[in-house]
Design a binder for this molecule. Structure first.
Ligand code: RB5
Length: 149
């Protein structure tokens, strides 16, 4: 599984922690920045990761900012992206099973590293359930198509 990861300054420390974990676990992971704690604009990094996933170059993306809210809003503007802002393992599992989320957003200022890591592990290792959930994904895609013309 190829994973794209990115953050702004508010998510930088947590992003580094997760990036190192993914590398150690042998995932093919690309860090799209930011590369330090200097103030920067979260939509820039959300766009990089979301476009890489939307283009099919990466199967999944992980985004972090202070709360995870800004990056999730921005990522969800990119066609084909289903970005879920998650702060617990139940939601991490459910958003894979039900929403087939392809980008995970978390808050570097709202989550501790160990909780975030459990969320990442759960989210990466849970498959989409399909079935009735596919019908709902198709409705989301229809909505996206309607407004992206
Ligand atoms: C940056 O200060 C902060 O606004 C950003 O990291 C994020 O929380 C936005 O949603």
């Amino acid at each position: 599984m190829k994973i794209a990861i990115g953050s702004d300054h508010g998510g930088y420390v947590l992003k580094e922690f997760i990036y190192q974990y993914l590398l150690e676990e042998g995932y093919e992971v690309t860090d799209f920045g930011t590369h330090d704690e200097e103030s920067c604009d979260y939509p820039v990094y959300a766009q990089k990761v979301a476009e890489a996933v939307s283009a099919g170059k990466y199967q999944r993306g992980i985004l972090l900012c202070g709360t995870g809210i800004g990056v999730s809003i921005a990522a969800n503007k990119v066609p084909g992206i289903r970005c879920a802002l998650v702060s617990d393992c139940y939601s991490a599992r459910s958003t894979r099973q039900h929403n087939d989320s392809n980008v995970l957003a978390m808050g570097g200022r709202t989550l501790g590293p160990e909780v975030a890591l459990e969320i990442v592990k759960t989210w990466i290792n849970t498959d989409f359930d399909g079935g009735r959930h596919q019908r709902r994904i198709d409705l989301i895609t229809e909505l996206e198509t309607k407004y992206n013309r």
